[in-house]
Design a binder for this molecule. Structure first.
Ligand SMILES: *Cc1c(COP(=O)(O)O)cnc(C)c1O
Length: 398
């Protein structure tokens, strides 16, 4: 018989009942070091006192009022994000896919309002992940996610990641935007070359296209800067955010320059929950922590420390690890063909370490941004034990 909870996930047989910082305790009493952070989302770790208190206090006042009225928490959060980004205006929603939908709608509206409604196509990249709505599975372009869901939504073209000639060839009269993750997350923790990002900015300017960045996974401090595109020294026209922006509380956002945002007049786009008092209180609490002096410097420091540790691990186990890739605290171990990331993920659980598999046989590490150097060392040590344990099993099986 079908379970009451729809069976659309392959869940590990683990449930957690409490957390603190980068630690999680399972209902069977086992303790874990959480280097998955709920898929790069629990940016402040678990039970962060400031986030917990903010949510509790706001919930006791008012949880939801709707966008029929002003929401002071949303106004404050938007002002702070505008002050700390390229954007002139921010729209709040509830998830990454919804943010990307809003971003693509904003792109199309911009061209329509500028007298070019035929410009509605977005150039996307192979290996991308933009979410699970009907339009975003088309933007993602992965045949596995599209299968069985009818004709793909029109208007998304795919080219190889990092290939500037293919991008230029794909630009036509109907092209409206180029949409890219600065580091492909689900696709395998693959960073775009910083030079490639700069060239995309230039080609957008050359052809009057909008540069749309999906920073759902890379943003909000995960790269060691507030937004990953800052490493390239470029600014997009529009950007999506979610995952870490609410520290685990559902919150998404579309960031836009004035020339794009000004066309989203009343009635053009909306959401009932989006930008509510509780979600935006959580978003403000996350910003309080991430914008505190020295916080992002520490993320950068601990990320480099972890990177060095992982390089050492890869040098020690070349028969298992083919390479280390990623940026900041979004890192991936590219595994050799004989070792699957899901097997290694399961084996790491046995050692008390939570990780997340990603595409192209990569084991993803996306710990909370608050981890210490000591916790980074501990994760490397647990991965070392994981690999040695897997090899012992292999030898025993021979
Ligand atoms: C997770 C993710 C999404 C989708 O976010 P949801 O909140 O699951 O809808 C979109 N883009 C990127 C880059 C992501 O990592």
């Amino acid at each position: 018989m079908i379970p009451a909870l729809m069976p659309n996930y392959a869940r590990a047989n683990l449930a957690f009942e409490k957390g603190e910082g980068a630690r999680l305790w399972a209902s069977d009493g086992r303790r874990f070091l959480d280097f998955g952070a709920g898929i790069a989302t629990s940016s402040l770790g678990h039970a962060h006192p400031h986030l917990v208190q903010t949510i509790a206090e706001q919930a006791a006042k008012v949880i939801h009022t709707s966008n029929l009225y002003r929401v002071p928490q949303a106004e404050r959060l938007a002002e702070r994000h505008v002050a700390n980004s390229f954007a002139d205006s921010v729209f709040f929603c509830n998830s990454g896919a919804e943010a990307n939908e809003g971003m693509v709608k904003a792109v199309r509206k911009y061209h329509a309002e500028n007298g070019q409604p035929e410009r509605f196509r977005t150039i996307c990249f192979e290996g991308a992940f933009h979410g699970r709505t009907l339009a975003m599975i088309s933007a993602t372009g992965n045949a596995k996610y599209l299968a069985g869901f009818g004709p793909p939504v029109e208007g998304f073209d795919h080219v190889p990641f990092g290939n500037m000639n293919a991008v230029r060839d794909a630009i036509g009269k109907e092209t409206a935007a180029i949409m890219i993750e600065p580091v492909q997350g689900e696709g395998g923790v693959r960073p775009a070359d910083l030079r490639f990002l700069r060239e995309l900015r230039a080609v957008c300017d050359e052809f009057g296209l909008l540069l749309a960045l999906d920073e759902v996974q890379t943003g909000m401090g995960r790269s060691g800067k507030l937004w990953a595109h800052q490493w390239a020294g470029i600014e997009p026209d529009v950007m999506s955010s979610a995952k870490g922006i609410g520290g685990g509380f559902p919150l998404g956002a579309v960031f836009a320059t004035e020339k794009v945002a000004k066309h989203l007049k009343p009635g053009t786009h909306g959401t009932t929950y989006g930008g509510g008092p509780l979600a935006c209180a959580a978003g403000n609490a996350v910003l309080d922590v991430v914008l505190a002096p020295g916080f992002l410097d520490q993320v950068d420091r601990v990320a480099r420390h972890l990177w060095r540790g992982l390089l050492g691990l890869a040098a020690k186990h070349p028969q298992v690890i083919a390479g280390v890739q990623g940026a900041g605290l979004l890192l991936g171990l590219k595994l050799q063909d004989g070792v699957t990331n899901s097997a290694m993920q399961d084996a790491a659980v046995q050692q008390g370490l939570l990780t997340v598999a990603a595409g192209m046989n990569v084991l993803r590490l996306a710990p909370p941004l608050i981890i210490t150097e000591g916790e980074a060392d501990e994760a490397v040590d647990l991965l070392d034990r994981t690999i040695r344990g897997m090899q012992a099993v292999k030898v025993a099986a021979k």
